[in-house]
Design a protein around this ligand. Structure first.
Ligand SMILES: NC(=O)c1ccc[n+]([C@@H]2O[C@H](COP(=O)([O-])OP(=O)(O)OC[C@H]3O[C@@H](n4cnc5c(N)ncnc54)[C@H](O)[C@@H]3O)[C@@H](O)[C@H]2O)c1
Length: 382
């Protein structure tokens, strides 16, 4: 494994892969020689590089992980594919659907394994819910709703590259966290979003951008120097949805919702029952019924669908969490590579492909288009 971009999420890629036990953490690339070396030392990688190309050129690196800010996703991933390396890209796959489509094509030509980290798929109860829906336990899904809300951009002093369209893309909240919610809803239900109607808002229109660099999610210090900048991307949005089986849905995203740290909620209401999964209470899955008492399934390997038991690693009552789900993703991806599978072979469920990454870009772009046209129903063009 070689990691490009060791900020917030990059080290979690390393931790998750290291847990597999059979992968050598070869190298880390930073934006300078010094940061590459320092981050490699901190993460226990053998080599540190000052450029992503040097890491990609290392013959010992077989799988390149791209955890750079969004604006570098396309060029780093494209360079890795050109060298015939497998790629695990963090989301979004690229800044635009066009770029993502090009990456899908480049990956196909390279014949390598490629994945995107829609990591909520790795939670054992998400996989259980998916099996339950596929088995018809809640009947036909009719209504999918929920939200993904956070508070880390609540204050005007909160700033990140995610708010700069040149670095983060045309969308902030929708691209960053709405993409997770849409992937989760489609993954759990097996449905595809066909039409969207979006209402998007920039609640904080001017922010104090620090003049010194900050890592993601780092709050401003007292007396930090700043410049006042106009914010063009949304920090709040609500979206209505139509799915390909006729089901309806809606979700909201926000980065300015006090008290909500990483609050992802998805409810699927079917023709027989409903189910709810909440990331901040991820070891419980709620089933709602009309003619009998509602139930809560506590994560316990012995109570999970046998096909998904392998996503749980601890007995009941021992909480599993975000990092465990992330590791499950890597287990599916690296297992696929280690078994010598071809990119066209069937993928294990927690493994989101570049095609999934491309589709996520298409949904977000359709929502932005809808909002631009005064919130009209807009078809998602895949
Ligand atoms: N899957 C998830 O749940 C999840 C969570 C957080 C972030 N992400 C995604 O991961 C990516 C990184 O986000 P983050 O929060 O870790 O950001 P971050 O700003 O904390 O980290 C990015 C790192 O990349 C480094 N970098 C910048 N230019 C580089 C270059 N040319 N070569 C090598 N390194 C370079 C920066 O120095 C920084 O350390 C984003 O695309 C984001 O959407 C995904």
């Amino acid at each position: 494994m070689g990691l490009v971009g060791a900020g917030f999420v990059g080290p979690h890629h390393v931790d998750a892969v290291r847990r597999l036990g059979y992968v050598d953490i070869v190298a880390v690339a930073g934006s300078t020689e010094a940061s590459g070396r320092q981050k490699a030392d901190a993460l226990g990688a053998r080599r540190g590089y000052g450029s992503y190309q040097a890491l990609i050129d290392d013959p010992d690196v077989q799988v390149v992980h791209n955890a750079t800010p969004n604006h570098l996703h396309y060029e780093v991933t494209s360079a890795a594919l050109a060298k015939g390396k497998h790629v695990v890209s963090d989301k979004p796959l690229a800044m635009t659907a066009d770029q993502s489509k090009t990456l899908v094509e480049e990956a196909r030509r390279a014949g390598v394994v490629t994945a995107v980290t829609f990591n909520y798929r790795g939670n054992p109860l998400v996989q259980h819910a998916r099996q339950a829906i596929a088995a018809g336990d809640i009947g036909t899904p009719r209504f999918l709703h929920g939200y993904y809300i956070q508070d880390w951009l609540l204050n005007e002093t909160d700033y990140s590259w995610r708010l700069d369209p040149d670095k983060g893309g045309a969308s902030s909240a929708l691209g960053d966290i709405g993409s997770h919610w849409c992937d989760l809803a489609q993954h759990i239900s097996g449905l595809r979003i066909t039409h969207v109607l979006g209402d998007i808002t920039t609640v904080i229109k001017k922010r104090k951008k620090p003049t010194a660099a900050r890592e993601a999610f780092q709050a401003a210090g007292k007396g930090d120097a700043f410049e006042l900048v106009d914010i063009k991307v949304e920090d709040l949005a609500s979206v209505m949805l139509r799915f390909d089986n006729g089901a309806k849905g809606c979700f909201s995203v926000g980065q300015v919702c006090a008290g909500h740290k990483n609050d992802v909620v998805l409810e699927v209401c079917g023709s027989k029952s409903s189910l709810v999964w909440r990331q901040e209470d991820q070891n419980n899955l709620w089933f709602g019924h009309r003619d009998k008492a509602n139930e809560v399934l506590q994560k316990d390997p012995s109570l999970l669908d046998p096909q998904v038991q392998r996503y749980a690693h601890l007995p009941g009552g021992h909480q599993e969490a975000w990092a465990d789900a992330f590791s499950n993703l890597m287990r599916d991806i690296y297992g696929f590579i280690a078994e010598g599978k071809k990119p066209t072979d069937a993928h294990p469920p927690a493994f989101a492909t570049f095609e999934d990454g491309y589709r996520a870009n298409c949904v977000i772009e359709a929502i932005l288009d809808s909002a631009k046209q005064g919130s009209t129903w807009t078809k998602v063009n895949y």
